[in-house]
Structures are given as structure tokens and as C-alpha cells.
Design a protein around this ligand. Sequence first.
Ligand code: KG4
Ligand code: ZN
Length: 327
Amino acid sequence: MKDRIIFATETSCDETAAAVVVNGRKVLSNVISSQVEIHREYGGVIPEIAARKHLEAINFVINEAKEKAGIEFKDVTAFAGTVGPGLVGALLVGLNAAKALSLVYEKPFMGVNHLNAHVCANYLESDFEPPFICLLVSGGHTRLIRVNSYESHEVLGETLDDAAGEAYDKVARLLGLPYPGGPYLDKLAQQGDRNRFKFPEANVGGFDFSFSGLKTAVMRTCRAYAGKEMPKADIAASFQEVVSETLIKKTLRAAEVYDTGKIALSGGVAANSEVRRKFFSRENNDFIVHAPEFRFCTDNAAMIAGAAYFGSSITKDLDIEVFSRDK
Ligand code: KG4
Ligand code: ZN
């Protein structure tokens, strides 16, 4: 069969990204221009600034992805872009670029759901295959997904309030760490005592999650140290312990209920050292854990190209509009 070369863009939040992927797995290029430094001074992403910065970067990033892949646009099988969920103004930039390329080069256009793309990040540079249970933990979402096949994803549960990454970022802010706080908190926690504080684990039924109570408990503890030296590393480690325990417990339960020994991680928090350690330490002959390479955990366009290839929840309609929240 002829190789399918997908050229994808991704601009759902604060990363301007473009990538070229062959047959959903082989990554020829994966270019990411991050706006993190710009948003850091505000302590979070400012949507208007994000959209403007995407506009400034998108042509350069697209060209770089094409050059690095060593292809010409005429070689591309289809052009793909993220439809949502994400920041509407930001999404429009990457999606319209993908639509324009498809019209100019007379190739099919594919609109991709960002969350399905995070799941498909597991196929990049790997031979990992469905069925499996996927724990998607990013800055905007926390979901347990039953991936029955490449095309069929069933959401088993999700967060009722904050996403895991959001909780990391908010707690990191309380500890005075830079934005986005997840990776900084991860590092700080490695020097702390995870048993020093007993933060509460949310008691929500089924496969849903909740992290806002935990965040509030951490906030109260931080306030109790007002005017005194805060044991930041211990707070970070104790917080991380609860989050990682919750994530592994719910995921193991899903694996048991759906009788599968195959688990995949995805999203930015899948880059977390303690989350990875807890999951991978459970691996044995009957229990396989997979996670994308670090560069494919956080937002990137290679996963958008992968999702376009594998066909999970894509649209080929050029009139498709961007959306901020997943239905
Ligand atoms: O998947 P992603 O790049 O963007 C969304 O789609 O939201 O995830 C970004 C999130 C941020 O909240 C960031 O703090 C978190 O992933 N993150 C981490 C780590 N690396 C990134 N959280 C904890 N530990 C990490 N090492
Ligand atoms: Zn994401």
C-alpha cells in the first residue's frame, strides 16, 4: 500500500506546532514553537496574546516542518488541523492554515479532535496497538478512555472540576513556582517527604475524578505557613502522592472491570516522573504499560497527524468550525 503522508498543525493553546507523519507512526518532523515565556509573566495563558503569537509563528513553523521532513507539499496525502477543544482564537490560526494548504495543493483536509490525538500519541514511533485503557491527563482534561479499536474511543470517566495538569499548575503557583508549574513541581517533589502532609483523596464514584478539594486543602496548608518558612518540597511531594495514587487506582480499576492488561498514558501529566514510576513499576507479563515519548506527551502536531491517519473522530468538512469544549 502507498504511504500516507499527513501534514498537521496544532494551535489549541500556547504551542504553535506543525509535523509530518507517515502512516500514523513514523515522525518525519515535529516542530514546536512555545509561547511559554510570553505567558509566564501573567502566570497563565492569555487567549488574545496566544492567538496573535500563533499568527506570527505559524508560517515559519509550517515551513520548518516541511523542510525538516524533506518533503514537498505536493507529496502530502492530506492536511490536518486541530478543531478543538482549545482556545477558539488560537485554534482558528492552525486550522485555517491546514484548510488553506489543502485548498492550494488540492489535497483532502482533516479536522482532528485534540483529545483523540493525545490518545494517538501512543502510536508515534511505536508499534503499540488497541485495545487498551488510556489515562489522558493534560492541562485541560483528565479522562479514562476505553480504546476498543483505532476508530472507537469510549469515555469511561472524567474530571468533575479541575484537570490533573490544572491542579498541578495551581498548586505550583501557590508554591511560587513558574508557569506552567507541573514540571517544576515534579522536580521539587523529588526532594520532599510525601508522607509529611495527609491531603485528602476525592471520593467520587465510577471512573470520574475530582481535584479541586485537594487543591483547596493544599491552599489551606500553604496559608497556615503565612509569615513562616513553607516546607515547599514536602507540600509538593504530598500533593503529588495523592494525585498519582488517585490516577493509578482508578486506572487499575478500569483495567480490572474491562478485563484488559494494556494501559496507555497520554497528555502533559504523563510526563510526570512519579506518575510514570507508579505505572511502570506495576508492569509484568500480564500488565503492559505504554506512554508516548516525552516530546509527544505535551501538545504537538505529530499526534494530530497520527489521529488523522487512524481516523478516530475526524471530519473532512472544510466548513467545520472550531470549538472550545468537547461535547
Ligand atoms: O497535554 P498538554 O501539553 O496540554 C493540554 O492539552 O492541556 O499538558 C500540559 C499540562 C500542564 O498543566 C503542565 O503543567 C503539565 O501538563 N505537565 C506536568 C509535567 N509536564 C507537563 N505535570 C506534572 N509533571 C510533569 N512533569
Ligand atoms: Zn493537549
